[in-house]
Design a protein around this ligand. Structure first.
Ligand code: KMH
Ligand code: ZN
Length: 285
């Protein structure tokens, strides 16, 4: 829900999405492929203020992957270097089965994304049926993995609230509002306001926007009280009009400066864990 104040002074969580599944090195040569490259990008991003890492994995040639070993290596390498909140995607890539999309849950991450509906995603169908959401929620919850609900349309917020009332999605609800995917909700102020306002007041919410809309949508979100904003080569490959980002860390630094100039200090990892209710995991040795 949009607060009545401006959220001035409230710590802002910056999430980084270093690689995703759609962008390629033809779009930006800095895109990481291997777990080592992804971990290096995440650690550098964490050094300049990122406190959540949204993770996809790829084969060494850049093909989007669902291999469990790649997720495990990626999460382990990141954990060796920093305490950033690791969040695996269960959205994967269009065309993956729900089993493939669930493989990151086996890497013992702090968090996972979860989808609550289906949309057209560019020219493909990005499908998640209710029983698939339920299966991912069950596995994540049983494994102590916190969920972030990825919403691509207003109706998906209502769906999440319904799934919560049915006991399928646990407390607390954490929303990522994603704007600008062709086939889903457009990136504009009206839609941001409507989606943020539809989230229950007890929920946290963050903003992700694809491509050239990113900086403006994130700025609107942080001024309206978003708990979190997301940048990274998964979502946008340019740092400014016509200039490619040299790294994920550069994207984090850029939005951090902007956010701080607008009165939103960057959350520390401890603050981010508190805001999102994601405690450090104690893993079996
Ligand atoms: N790659 C998209 C089809 C997520 O990570 O939850 C799905 C996606 C969303 O990136
Ligand atoms: Zn993703």
């Amino acid at each position: 829900m949009i607060p009545r104040d401006t959220a001035e002074g409230n710590p802002l969580i910056i999430a980084v999405a270093p690689t995703g599944a759609e962008t390629t090195r033809r779009d930006n040569p800095a895109l990481p492929h291997t777990p080592k490259e992804i971990a290096r990008e995440v650690v550098s991003a964490s050094e300049v203020g990122a406190t959540v890492a949204h993770l996809h994995v790829r084969e060494p040639d850049g093909t989007p992957s669902s291999r469990e070993e790649l997720f495990a290596e990626c999460v382990a390498l990141i954990r060796q270097e920093c305490d950033i909140i690791t969040q695996v995607s269960t959205g994967g890539a269009t065309g993956m089965t729900i089993e493939e999309r669930s493989s990151g849950l086996l890497a013992s991450p702090d968090m996972s994304g979860i989808e609550v509906g289906s949309i057209n995603f560019f020219n493909d169908l990005f499908q998640t049926l209710p029983n698939e959401t339920e299966a991912i929620a069950r596995v994540a919850t049983e494994s102590g993995i916190a969920l972030e609900i990825e919403t691509f349309d207003l109706g998906q917020i209502d769906t999440a609230i319904r799934l919560h009332s049915q006991g399928i999605l646990p407390e607390p609800l954490r929303f990522n509002l994603v704007f600008g995917v062709p086939g889903a909700v457009a990136a504009n102020a009206h839609n941001l306001f409507a989606m943020a306002d539809a989230a229950p007041s007890s929920a946290t919410w963050g903003v992700t926007a694809i491509g050239r809309h990113q900086t403006r949508m994130l700025t609107l979100g942080l001024l309206l009280g978003a708990h979190c904003i997301r940048v990274g080569l998964e979502d946008a490959v340019y740092i400014s009009r016509g200039r490619l980002a040299s790294s994920n860390a550069e994207l984090v630094t850029n939005i951090r400066k902007l956010a701080e100039s607008l009165g939103r200090p960057t959350a520390t990892i401890t603050e981010a864990r508190e805001i999102l209710s994601v405690p450090r995991r104690t893993l079996p040795t």
